[in-house]
Design a protein around this ligand. Structure first.
Ligand code: PXG
Length: 453
């Protein structure tokens, strides 16, 4: 007699003992739910650069989870801090009340981020950080008596999470198609240019693309523009590295026209590109910076928005009676005690283990090995900066995203987690990765990439 689906699932170690009902109950994010439930890839443990799969294999993590566990999985310092906080203070209301760790972590972030970014607002994710920053930018101009400065400018292929503001300002078409028009937004061109294929680090060509901001000023007038939001390096769209001089030029134009510059450093923050922040590497201090991911090393959801004194003071000066919230915005879990504990412990790891330096030191070897994949069948571009890289594959006719998916799927069977999105494979391993593990990763990619149809 044919075994029932339930029996088949129970007998298959890949399902980790889940029932069919449990599988059906969970609507997974950014996932092919139907495919996954027939072909599960369950993770049950993590340590260092490895995951443990439900069927008992060690899986090399080449994306630090989703670019967030960059100091390595299973950091006991962070786990202990979370456990201690959970016992002492499970929750404290963040509106009109506070707890010490939120203030301590804010000061810590202030110390680590570039001079001039002095005040920290807490959120629970990168998406919330992006939407918070956009609302701050609009409210800032009202506080300054210029309420008509409302227009927001993003960039094609940008990613600022999935909330309403971030979806609108972002520029990845697949993430926008289903949702109609949300927040009005303009978009600068992406800085992905054919001239720059296979650039190592910063591409030479393309700084002129920043001048498009002048064109938008010419179209709308600066008196109507609140802010520009960009990632110093676009991650999700496949590691799009800014051309030399581009970000400086963007900042100059913003300064000239009194437009706020927002850097979305959710992915680049805390070491990913071989420096503390994009702002540090490019020597461009924005008015507002968004953070998340590495802030807690991925261990507890948390985001932050760091702003200049000028932005903060506009609210303090324009806020009305002192007991009234100057910025009517915030989340039940803003600065949650467990997140703050994780954040403080992660910042200790970041500093004491010199994580940004570690990323910078490993980056040249990583670059060399990744670019060694040039010439493989299907590979049409390789881009990298610090400990981030993307391998772009030629689209299969009519199925632009299939090849990266097939590569990622095959790698999982062979003991490696690789993130695919659009037409690229994204590589961003934990900074603690060793040379031999980079070799293993590149050898496996060299084997698998040409093998897909
Ligand atoms: N801004 C940036 C720059 C990001 O990279 C977000 C905002 C949203 O963060 P939350 O925490 O709301 O997801 C991100 C997230 C990928 C990948 O494959 C990148 C992200 C998330 C998942 C996958 O590159 N970035």
């Amino acid at each position: 007699m044919k075994a029932s689906i339930e029996q088949q699932i129970q007998a298959d170690a890949r399902y980790g003992g889940l029932s069919a009902r449990e599988l059906e109950s969970y609507w997974m994010p950014f996932s092919g739910n139907r495919q996954f439930k027939d072909d599960p890839r369950l993770i049950v443990g993590a340590e260092g650069c490895y995951f443990r799969s439900a069927d008992g294999r060690n899986i090399l993590d080449t994306l630090s989870g989703l670019w967030c566990a960059s100091f390595g999985h299973g950091r006991t310092e962070i786990a202990d801090a979370i456990a201690q906080a959970a016992r002492q203070l499970d929750y404290a209301p963040p509106f009109q009340y506070g707890h010490p760790m939120a203030f301590q972590l804010a000061a810590r972030i202030r110390d680590l981020t570039p001079n001039g970014l002095d005040h920290v607002f807490f959120t629970n994710s990168g998406s919330e950080s992006a939407d918070t920053a956009l609302k701050m930018a609009r409210a800032y101009w009202r506080m300054r008596g210029q309420p008509e400065k409302t227009r927001l400018i993003g960039r094609i292929r940008g990613y600022h999470g999935v909330n309403v503001g971030g979806t609108s300002l972002g520029g990845i078409v697949a993430n926008r198609t289903h949702f109609g028009s949300l927040v009005e937004a303009d978009h600068l061109s992406a800085t992905l240019l054919p001239e720059n294929r296979f650039s190592r680090g910063l591409p030479e060509y393309g700084a002129h693309l920043a001048d498009q901001l002048e064109e938008l000023v010419g179209l709308h007038d600066a008196s109507n523009i609140a802010a520009v939001i960009v990632e110093p390096m676009s991650g999700s769209a496949g590691v799009i590295v800014p051309p030399k001089g581009y970000l400086k030029r963007l900042q100059e134009i913003c300064n000239k026209h009194d437009i706020l510059l927002i850097f979305d450093e959710v992915l680049t923050g805390f070491g990913r590109i071989g420096a503390g922040f994009g702002a540090t590497l490019f020597d461009v201090t924005p008015d507002i910076m968004t953070l998340a991911k590495n802030l807690t090393n991925g261990a507890v959801p948390m985001g932050a928005v760091v702003v200049s004194g000028e932005v903060y003071n506009a609210f303090m000066e324009g806020g009305g009676p002192e007991y009234v919230p100057e910025f009517p915005h915030g989340y039940t879990y803003s600065g949650h005690p467990l997140a703050c504990a994780a954040g403080l412990a992660a910042m200790d790891v970041f500093e004491h283990d010199r994580m940004a330096q570690r990323a910078a030191e490993m980056a040249p070897y990583f670059e060399e090995q990744i670019h060694g994949l040039r010439g493989l069948k299907h590979v049409v571009d390789i881009r990298n900066l610090g400990m981030a890289a993307a391998i772009q594959l030629e689209a299969a006719p009519g199925e632009p995203t299939r090849r990266p998916w097939d590569v990622a799927r095959a790698c999982w069977d062979r003991g490696m987690y690789v993130r695919q999105a659009g037409d690229t494979l994204q590589i961003g391993p934990p900074f603690i990765i060793e040379r031999e593990q980079i070799d293993t990763m590149c050898n496996l990619l060299a084997d698998v990439i040409p093998s897909v149809r």
